[in-house]
Design a binder for this molecule. Structure first.
Ligand code: PCG
Length: 509
């Protein structure tokens, strides 16, 4: 039977299908295609039109000579949407078979037409409405439209997977479920009231005001167990009221519980951050850590969370397969890495390997990242913020300020060939500095596989050590000390004598 219907539709829809081929391409990736998700929104609206309005029209006196043409118009419109979906969109959805993505249009069409979903879809669009030509106009003949619920769930799942803040949709959806339950209950209340006779008891709907609104109001009070309801008198009233209480307790409370879960999941990140910080503060209090240090730790937590949205990026990325981690790392940082002078001329794959070993870390203003004379165990790349290479008394002389994209801490790593591995200068975070850390062990593990890049780095390392290494650093520091008092050159004995004379003169004056 569905095959016969399909053949008829195939003939009818051939021109539309050809046109859609040119617009949509022969097949669609259902997970990423934006056109498809937009189309699913239209299908979901059509489905919601049917389930909300057909149920209300079936019960409430919504059909009249003036309103019927509008109902017929919207009914036909929703049917056109459903038929188009079944004939044009669904048969061109790609699917996975034995791990392969099937993109052949003929195969996707056969796959859909053989599926259970296709059978349900065909039953859902059978035009029982035509019976209205013989019987009275009623939405009863459209009840088969309700079984296309899968189209709504598909829309919901796809939307959830593409939204950046999926919890917004989840809250809207759960609220929709609650409202629909109340809607059905309002319809049931009206049916019971009509069955008993409007205004025959104090419990039933009295026939005054807007029927739908009054019944919906009753459903809200009754299902949410607000109370203050008129006492049910007859058996059917008591049964209805009791069923409502049960539905209210079990179904309604579970939906409200679901809402709590959705909101809980949406704020899970914030909760995790708070719990981590509270745990750390409790630990510091136990060991009576000075308030100054505690405040710095708090500042670190707050800034790291605000800047990165996670406390430990690696923890997040660890769950992903290597290929995805690589894609993310390449996307975020490769461009920055390629611009770093030290790595220019190195193998691209080596850079990618390095990206995967980087750890992101935040330093607070004034924090020493490296201290002169310490053993160098890692090098740094500035992600954002600035650091200063400082020296002189109280580290008040700034030799150089390094900005985002600069590398430092590499000298003590690269000079190890000469036997030295000590830091040649102090480096201090100027403001908040977000740095990538690459450990020496990781760097050398990687270099083993890239001998050419190793040579490039060794050559650059030698140059750097010559320019900035221990000897150069010492000379530069001394020069800087001199600079603070006497300008460009270190003071000569003559200058010192003149300076002493000047001081004496000032004293006399
Ligand atoms: P390293 O490992 O010696 O630690 C201090 C770092 O400061 C050093 O590596 C360099 O990467 C960096 N730096 C930047 N500019 C200078 C400079 O002019 N002199 C020195 N000694 N180090 C500098």
């Amino acid at each position: 039977f569905p095959d016969i219907i399909c053949s008829c539709f195939d003939v009818l829809f051939r021109p539309i299908e050809d046109k859609m081929d040119t617009i949509l391409g022969s097949t669609i990736d259902p997970f990423t295609d934006r056109h498809y998700i937009t189309w699913l929104t239209v299908v979901a609206v059509a489905y919601n039109y049917n389930i909300w309005f057909c149920s209300a029209r079936l019960v409430f006196p919504f059909h009249s000579r003036t309103t019927n043409p509008y109902w017929i118009f919207f009914d036909i419109l929703s049917d056109i949407v459903n038929v188009t979906d079944i004939m044009v969109w669904q048969p061109r959805l790609q699917f996975v078979k034995a791990g392969d993505i099937i993109k052949d249009r003929a195969v996707t069409k056969v796959h859909y037409r053989k599926s259970q979903r296709f059978k349900t879809d065909i039953i859902s669009i059978l035009p029982f409405d035509l019976l209205c030509l013989h019987f009275q106009f009623s939405s009863m003949y459209r009840l088969n439209r309700f079984i296309r619920i899968e189209s709504f769930f598909e829309f919901s799942n796809r939307l959830e997977s593409i939204m950046a803040k999926a919890y917004i949709w989840r809250v809207v959806r759960t609220t929709g479920y609650l409202l629909f339950m109340l809607h059905l209950n309002a319809c049931a209340f009206y049916v019971v009231s009509v069955h008993q006779g409007l205004a025959t008891t104090t419990w039933v709907y009295d026939g005054k005001g807007t029927a739908y609104l009054r019944c919906y109001y009753f459903a809200v009070r009754s299902l949410i167990n607000i109370g203050g309801l008129p006492e049910p008198i007859t058996t059917s009233e008591i049964t209805f009221q009791m069923t409502n209480f049960f539905i209210g307790v079990f179904v309604f409370s579970s939906l409200i519980g679901q809402m709590r879960d959705v909101i809980g999941a949406a704020t899970a990140g914030q909760t995790y951050f708070r719990a981590s910080m509270d745990g750390c503060v409790a630990y510091m209090n136990t060991y009576t850590i000075p308030k100054l240090v505690q405040n710095r730790v708090r500042t670190w937590y707050n800034y790291t969370w605000a800047a990165q949205g996670v406390l430990d990026e690696l923890e997040l990325l660890d769950k992903m397969p290597l290929v995805m981690r690589t894609a993310i790392a390449v996307d975020i940082n490769l461009a920055t890495f390629q611009k770093i002078a030290l790595f220019q001329g190195c193998d691209q794959q080596m850079l990618v390997d390095m990206l995967l070993r980087l750890k992101s870390i935040v330093y607070l203003p004034g924090d020493f990242v490296v201290k002169k004379g310490d053993i160098g165990k890692e090098m740094y790349i500035i992600k954002s913020g600035t650091v200063q290479v400082v020296g002189g008394p109280d580290n008040s002389v700034v030799f150089v300020t390094l900005k985002a994209g600069s590398v430092f801490g590499e000298i003590s790593l690269l000079q190890s060939a000469d036997g030295g591995n000590r830091r040649t200068a102090n480096v201090k975070a100027h403001g908040f500095a977000n740095l990538f850390v690459l450990e020496k062990k990781d760097l050398f593990d990687i270099l083993v596989h890239y001998p050419e890049s190793q040579k490039v780095l060794a050559r650059k390392g030698r140059k750097l050590i010559k320019a900035k290494g221990p000897a150069a650093a010492k000379a530069s520091e001394e020069r800087q000390k001199g600079l603070t008092l006497f300008g460009q050159k270190p003071p000569t004995p003559k200058m010192l004598r003149a300076f002493g004379g000047l001081i004496e003169m000032l004293k006399v004056l």
